[in-house]
Design a protein around this ligand. Structure first.
Ligand code: UD1
Ligand code: UDP
Length: 381
């Protein structure tokens, strides 16, 4: 079997790492890795390849940053010849970024089956670019691997055949479990002159929070209160950094001496920083999941989440962007002890289950008689 796996943005690298490690145990699967180049800074891309031992991509499409339409179109234009050249048996995409949707669309138009890892999550908020990417990718996929039960229900509700859906767990948590001991050895907390539980970690990068000045101002009002009792460490995503520069961060944060903006961290350092923190405040998808498994309280600064299991079976609270609500919840969570939680199948073996299903699926397909209706006629030679 020939399989092209796609990655493009920071959370993709964390997810693909677990899958590629597992694929290495299947000599019958020829694995080709394509990096779209959606993220390209060392701090947003290369360092994850080094830390997580991800093989050098076979191809980098080097699309860079641009508008949604241009980025999606550029990925499609550059990915199509790669698919034609390799004629894979399937294209595997992860998560919900533009690279995910663009490559799924290219594959399906060439009659190549699409495998989606982290399918079925829904925020039911179509203003989120990721929600569009999720809905489109899932509609195109032949194999849909899901992380939580809500995703199975979402997909079945959209008419996806249950035979295509596999509830296997969470590859992001596979990577976390595989690297937790290594992360524990990081000296990041001492290096930043922090003390365990005296600080909170903040990450923000959703356009609804950081591109909108009013939303950002509301979040700042909450941070102003929180930094009175806790140092706030803020590894700043490049989208956010660009926004802060435009709005003169020095004025926005002028009266917040305990707010510390730092560069995005490497994976191991970031995991350690979260693990020793009093709480994490975030609008990230993946971080809601990681804090659940680390047992660190998490406040999600959004109106919705596509990952409800992190609330029902985890340490997450959805608190929106109202400063009073954020601060009240913050005071509560830092005064209550939390324990690590393990939602169903978040046991570190999701990639094993996924690759086994893919190998079996391919074996069955290779035995099935080929017909024009099966889409093979549309395949490149
Ligand atoms: C993307 C994903 C989002 C994901 C996030 C993970 C989409 C639509 N969004 O958002 O779902 O949660 O990645 O981090 O796919 N930039 C740099 N250096 C880089 C990458 C980006 O400076 O290496 C800057 C550029 O100014 C760029 C901006 O960040 O315009 C946004 O990058 P982009 O990839 O378009 O979206 P993200 O906000 O990173
Ligand atoms: N992460 C990291 N360094 C940072 C911030 C985040 O290594 O400074 C990791 C984090 O542990 C998680 C992933 O990046 O594994 C989440 O990516 P992001 O928040 O950018 O995207 P999302 O999950 O929201 O799509």
């Amino acid at each position: 079997m020939k399989l092209i796996s796609v990655c493009g943005a920071r959370p993709n690298f964390i997810k693909i790492a677990a899958l590629l490690r597992e694929l290495a145990d299947y000599p019958e699967i020829e694995s080709i890795l394509v990096h779209t180049g959606q993220h390209y800074d060392t701090a947003m891309s290369h360092q994850f390849f080094d830390e997580l031992n991800i093989p050098e991509p076979d191809v980098n499409l080097e699309v860079g940053s641009c508008s949604h339409a241009v980025q999606t179109a550029r990925i499609m234009e550059r990915f199509e010849p790669i698919v034609l050249q390799h004629a894979p048996d399937a294209v595997l995409v992860v998560g919900d970024v533009n690279s995910t949707m663009a490559c799924a669309l290219v594959a399906v138009k060439l009659g190549i089956p699409v495998i989606h890892v982290e399918a079925g999550l829904r925020s039911f908020d179509r203003d989120m670019p990721e929600e569009i990417n999720r809905v489109v990718t899932d509609a195109l996929s032949d194999l849909l691997f899901v992380t939580e039960r809500s995703a199975v229900e979402n997909l079945e509700g959209e008419g996806v055949s249950p035979a295509k859906i596999h509830f296997v767990g969470n590859v992001m948590i596979d990577t976390l479990r595989a690297h937790q001991q290594l992360a524990d050895r990081s000296d990041v907390v001492a290096r930043l002159e922090l003390h365990p539980r005296d600080y909170v970690v903040l990450t923000l990068h959703r356009p609804s929070n950081v591109d909108d000045p009013a939303a950002l101002a509301r979040l700042c009002a909450a941070l102003r209160e929180i930094q009175r009792s806790h140092t706030v460490v803020f590894p700043t995503h490049p989208r956010t950094r660009a926004n802060l520069q435009r709005r003169a961060a020095s004025t926005l944060f002028a009266d917040m001496p305990r707010l510390r903006l730092i560069e995005p961290l490497g994976y191991l350092e970031f995991i350690k920083l979260m693990r020793d923190s009093a709480a994490v405040l975030t609008d990230s998808g993946g971080i809601q999941e990681e804090t659940t498994v680390l047992g660190v309280p998490c406040l999600t600064l959004r109106e919705n989440t596509e990952r409800p299991v992190t609330i029902s079976e985890g340490t997450n609270r959805l608190v929106g962007t109202d400063p009073r609500h954020i601060v009240a919840n913050f005071r509560e969570i830092v005064s209550q002890p939390t324990q690590p939680r393990t939602p169903e199948y978040w046991d570190g073996h999701a990639a094993q289950r996924i690759v086994r299903v893919i190998a079996d699926w391919h074996r069955l397909r290779s035995r099935a008689p080929l017909t024009c209706e099966s889409g093979v006629a549309a395949r490149p030679a």
